[in-house]
Design a protein around this ligand. Structure first.
Ligand code: NDP
Ligand code: GDR
Length: 373
C-alpha cells in the first residue's frame, strides 16, 4: 500500500481542476479525476500531465463520470477511497444557467449532495475531507461590501441558487455527520486557460486578435459590472490549504480589490499597445482607438473596436463583487502572488502567442476560420 495521499477531483478538465491537479501532483499526491465522455477530446488543459494508462504506478488516473449520476459517483469514490475530494465540477457559466436552470440545479446543486451522500454511505466520513467549490455569486444583490463569511446571501441566477443549495448541504453534512466538509467561497479567478466565454478571456482573446489584425470588433454586455478578479493559480493553492486546516470551516477567497469590466478591457488593449477611448453609456457605449503603438499591426485612430450588445445582458445581474479575505489571510496565512495587472499580462501574453499562430496560417493562405473571412 502506498503512503501517498489520494485526492479525487471532479471537474479536473476545467480551469481550476487542471491547476489543482498540477499542484497536488507536485505535492506527491495520487490524483484521480472525473471527466465527462465527449464526442471530441476534452482533456486539453491536463494533457501535459497525462500518463500512459499502461504504465504501472501512475499518479494521475482519470475516470469517466458525471455529477448527475449517483451510482457512477458512488462507485468511483468506493474504488478510489480518497483522503480528499475537491468537488469542482459544475455548469459554471452564470448567463447559460438562465437557459438550462433544471440541469444546473441537478449538476451543481444535487450533484454536491451525491458526493456527500456517497461518502456517508460508504462509511468514509472520518477518512475523506471534502472541498466544495462555492462562489461569490451567492452574495448576488449587494447587501454589504466588502463581502465576508458573515455577509447574507441573495443569489441572482439559477447557477447561484443551485450553488446556494450546495453550500448549505455541505454545512449540513458537516454538522449532522461530523464530516470534514468545507466551502471555499471563491471570488472570480482567471488565467490563460480560463473558458473562452467568460468575460476576461473573451476580452484577452479579442484584444489579441484585434491587435494582430485577425478580428475587427469585440461585442460585450454590461461594462459597468465590477468584479474582484484574482489568478486561478493563487486560488487552487487555497483550496488545498482549506483541507489542511485544523477545523472544517467556510472561507472567503478574494483579492479585496474590485474593477469594472470596462477597465479590464482598457488594461488588456493597453498591453497590446492600444489606447482606448469610451463614448456613450450602457446600450450605446462604444470604444474607439485613441492611439496605437502596436508594432505588429497598425489600427486606424478612431476606429471602433468595442461595442455593447444587449444580448449579453443578464435577466438579473450581480453589479458588484468585492471580497474580504482577512480570515483566510490571518488564520491560514494565505497570500497572493498575482496582482490584477499581472493577471492581465499573463492572459494577454498567452493569447497573443496563441493568436500569432493564426497569423502564420492566415499569411500562409489557410482560410477556414470564420474571422479570416
Ligand atoms: P470550468 O467551467 O472551467 O470547469 C468546470 C468543470 O466541471 C469542467 O471540468 C467540466 O467538464 C465539469 N463539469 C461540468 N458539468 C459536469 C457534469 N455534469 N459532470 C461532471 N463534470 C462536469 O470551471 P472553473 O474551473 O472555473 O470552476 C471550478 C468550480 O469552481 C466550478 O464549480 C465553479 O462553479 C466554481 N467557481 C469558479 C469560480 C471562478 O471564478 N472560476 C469562482 C467561484 C466558484 P467539461 O470540461 O467536460 O466541460
Ligand atoms: P461571472 O463571470 O458571471 O462573474 O461568473 P463572467 O466572466 O461570465 O461575467 C463577469 C461580468 O462580466 C459581465 N459581462 C460579460 N460576461 C460574459 N460572460 N460575456 C460578455 O460578453 C460580458 N459582457 C459583460 C457579466 O454580465 C458579469 O457581470 C464567474 C464564473 O466563473 C462562475 O462560475 C463563478 O462562480 C463566478 O465567476 C464567481
Amino acid at each position: 500500500m502506498s503512503s501517498k495521499k489520494v485526492a479525487l477531483i471532479t471537474g479536473i478538465t476545467g480551469q481550476d481542476g487542471s491547476y489543482l491537479a498540477e499542484f497536488l501532483l507536485k505535492k506527491d499526491y495520487i490524483v484521480h479525476g472525473i471527466k465527462r465522455r465527449s464526442s471530441l477530446f476534452n482533456t486539453d488543459r491536463i494533457d501535459h500531465l497525462y500518463q500512459d494508462p499502461h504504465v504501472e504506478n501512475r499518479n494521475l488516473i482519470l475516470h469517466h463520470g458525471d455529477m448527475t449520476d449517483s451510482m457512477n459517483l458512488t462507485k468511483i469514490i468506493q474504488e478510489v477511497q480518497p483522503d480528499e475530494i475537491y468537488n469542482l465540477a459544475a455548469m459554471s457559466h452564470v448567463a447559460v444557467s438562465f437557459e438550462t436552470p433544471e440541469y444546473v440545479a441537478n449538476a451543481d446543486g444535487t450533484g454536491t449532495l451525491r458526493i456527500l451522500e456517497a461518502v456517508k454511505l460508504l462509511g468514509l466520513t472520518k477518512k475523506t475531507k471534502i472541498y466544495q467549490a462555492s462562489t461569490s455569486e451567492l452574495y448576488g444583490k449587494v447587501q454589504e461590501t466588502p463581502q465576508s463569511e458573515t455577509t447574507p446571501f441573495y443569489p441572482r441566477s439559477p447557477y447561484a441558487v443551485a450553488k446556494m443549495y450546495a453550500y448549505w448541504i455541505t454545512v449540513n453534512y458537516r454538522e449532522a455527520y461530523g464530516m470534514f466538509a468545507c466551502n471555499g467561497i471563491l471570488f472570480n479567478h482567471e488565467s490563460p486557460v480560463r473558458g473562452e466565454t467568460f468575460v476576461t478571456r473573451k476580452i484577452t482573446r479579442a484584444a489579441s486578435k484585434i491587435a494582430l489584425g485577425l478580428q475587427d470588433k469585440l461585442y460585450l454586455g454590461n461594462l459597468d459590472a465590477k468584479r474582484d478578479w484574482g489568478h486561478a493559480k493563487d486560488y487552487v493553492r487555497m483550496m488545498w490549504m482549506i483541507l489542511q486546516a485544523n477545523e472544517p470551516e467556510d472561507w472567503v477567497i478574494a483579492t479585496g480589490i474590485t474593477t469594472t469590466v470596462r477597465d479590464f478591457v482598457k488594461m488588456s488593449f493597453a498591453y497590446a499597445g492600444i489606447e482606448l477611448e469610451f463614448k456613450g453609456n450602457g446600450v450605446d457605449e462604444k470604444a474607439y482607438v485613441k492611439s496605437c503603438s502596436n508594432s505588429d499591426y497598425q489600427l486606424d485612430i478612431g476606429s471602433e473596436v468595442v461595442s455593447v450588445d444587449p444580448k449579453y445582458f443578464r435577466p438579473t445581474e450581480v453589479d458588484l463583487l468585492l471580497g474580504d479575505p482577512t480570515k483566510a489571510e490571518k488564520k491560514l496565512g494565505w497570500t497572493r502572488e498575482y496582482k490584477l495587472e499581472e493577471l492581465v499580462n499573463d492572459m494577454m501574453k498567452s493569447d497573443l502567442k496563441l493568436m500569432t499562430k493564426d497569423v502564420y496560417l492566415k499569411d500562409g493562405g489557410y482560410k477556414t476560420m470564420s474571422y479570416f473571412e
